[in-house]
Structures are given as structure tokens and as C-alpha cells.
Ligand binder design. Structure first.
Ligand code: HPA
Length: 268
């Protein structure tokens, strides 16, 4: 079976590292892993893994002991908009489950819908809306991973949200809260789509995270999600959006985001 081949390969390369926490590092955050890397495996070398094509994403798994915790980090993720089939987007999550991961921490850059958000704010994801018109759980169910009809009442575990809020408080970092909605991208929204996203109840909008969080929850992992608000969503200020602006805001938030993640890892 594919999943087992992938897991066997990783276990061999890492000498059965068996991480307890998985961390997906979103745009601009990838170098968090550079501070801690013990073992690195390139995605292209891992059997059945997808390919990451986004500039500025390294495309590797990094294994490290951080504050006494065994952590696997994704430097670069697989987006649906890159043309990856949805099962490739979520494949690493299933691999993490098989490696023994219990806590799944996912980060991203997102557009701010809530007018109280400013560029470089951090937002704790309290819930999400899947608006990608694709569902990674469709298909024959693998009962070893999770149930056919998984509950999604508390994808982002309250107890982990409390850990994140306490960590932010300790560091003096403002951590806002909100609902994340995922569209496929790769384009940013039109002003009318931004209005729709707001009407449907989201505080931030992005192009990732939801498929991975759904699968992690389905697999019984505890999920924590944090967005870096990189810009006001299109139409809010009237300014046009660029990927450069997203990267710059993510970079400006990088140092507080990294300290927050470290503090969270220490306390989960
Ligand atoms: N929209 C969607 N995805 C994003 C945005 C945005 O404004 N900013 C960063 N990722």
C-alpha cells in the first residue's frame, strides 16, 4: 500500500523518529524550521509525495527536537491551485497520522475580511468554511484512518486554542480570533467575492489549510490553526493585491510568529 511505503521510507531515513507534533509552515514562515533542523528529507525523494511548485517554498520535511518535543515540519505545502489532485494535497497529513503525530499545527497567510484586522496581525482560526468545492474525504473510506462520517464540530481544538492564547499573552503578542474560509485560488478575490466571503461569516480568506485540517481532524489528530493576515482582502481598501505584498507582510510578522509557534510547541 502507498501510505505504508511512504511511512517505511521516512522511518528508515529518520531512524524511526516518530514525531508527536506536525507543523505546516505557510508563506514566509518556512525558515522557522531552519533554526531547528536535525533531519531533512526532500519531498521529491519521498515515494508517492506530490511536488511543491510555489516560489519561496523549499519543499522538504524537517525533523527536529524542539524544547523536548519531537516535531516534523513541512517547509512548503501542496496547494490545490498548483494542479495537485486533492488527495496529494492531504497526503502528508495521512502520513503524519501513520508516523504517530497527535497534534497538527497549520499556518498560512490570509486576506483579512474582518475590518478590525490589519496587515501582519496573527489570527487564531476558531473554525473554517470549506468553499473549495472539493472534499478530500470523498472516496472509499480507510477505516484505519478515520470514520466514514466524521464530526467537524470542533476541528480546531478548544484546548489548543487556549494554549495558543496563553502563549500569546505570555509573549505580549496580539492574537486575534476568527473563521477562515478557503477558496481554491490562485487568483485573489474580486471585491464582490470578498463581500460574499464576509456575508457567509468568515473573518479571513485563503487558498489552503482547510483540506489539511479536515483530514487531520478526521484522522483523530488535534488541530491548531493560525493565519498571518497579510493584506486586507480585495475591495476593502481599493488597492490592488500582489504576492509581493503578501510575502512582505508575512516577513514583517515573522519574528513574532516564530516566537509564538515556539512557545506553543513548548506547551502542547
Ligand atoms: N485572498 C486569498 N488568499 C490570500 C490572500 C487574499 O487576500 N492573502 C493571502 N492569501
Amino acid at each position: 500500500m502507498q501510505l505504508q511505503e511512504t511511512v517505511d521510507y521516512i522511518n528508515e531515513k529518520t531512524n524511526n523518529f516518530q514525531p508527536e507534533i506536525a507543523l505546516v509552515l505557510g508563506s514566509g514562515l518556512g525558515d522557522f524550521a531552519d533554526d531547528f533542523s536535525d533531519i531533512i528529507i526532500k519531498y521529491e525523494d519521498i515515494p508517492h509525495f506530490g511536488k511543491s511548485t510555489v516560489k519561496g517554498h523549499k519543499g522538504q520535511l524537517v525533523f527536529a527536537n524542539i524544547a523536548g518535543k519531537k516535531v516534523v515540519m513541512m517547509q512548503g505545502r501542496f496547494h490545490y491551485y498548483e494542479g495537485n489532485p486533492i488527495d496529494k494535497v492531504v497526503y502528508p497529513v495521512k502520513v503524519f497520522k501513520k508516523l504517530g503525530v497527535k497534534t497538527f499545527i497549520v499556518t498560512n497567510a490570509a486576506g483579512g475580511i474582518n475590518r478590525e484586522f490589519e496587515a501582519s496581525d496573527l489570527m487564531l482560526i476558531t473554525d473554517h468554511i470549506n468553499f473549495m468545492h472539493v472534499n478530500p474525504l470523498i472516496g472509499p473510506n480507510d477505516d484505519d484512518l478515520g470514520p466514514r462520517f466524521p464530526d467537524m464540530t470542533e476541528v480546531y481544538k478548544k484546548e489548543l486554542q487556549d494554549v495558543a492564547l496563553a502563549a500569546a499573552k505570555k509573549l505580549g503578542v496580539t492574537l486575534k480570533k476568527g473563521v477562515y474560509m478557503a477558496l481554491t485560488g490562485p487568483n485573489y478575490e474580486t471585491p464582490s467575492e470578498t463581500k460574499m466571503v464576509k456575508l457567509l461569516g468568515a473573518d479571513a480568506v485563503g487558498m489552503s489549510t482547510v483540506p489539511e485540517a479536515m483530514v487531520a481532524n478526521y484522522c483523530g489528530m488535534k488541530v491548531l490553526g493560525i493565519s498571518c493576515i497579510s493584506n486586507a482582502a480585495a475591495g476593502i481598501t481599493g488597492e490592488v493585491l500582489s504576492h509581493q505584498e503578501v510575502i512582505e507582510a508575512a516577513n514583517a510578522a515573522k519574528s513574532k510568529f516564530k516566537s509564538l509557534l515556539l512557545e506553543i510547541v513548548k506547551n502542547v
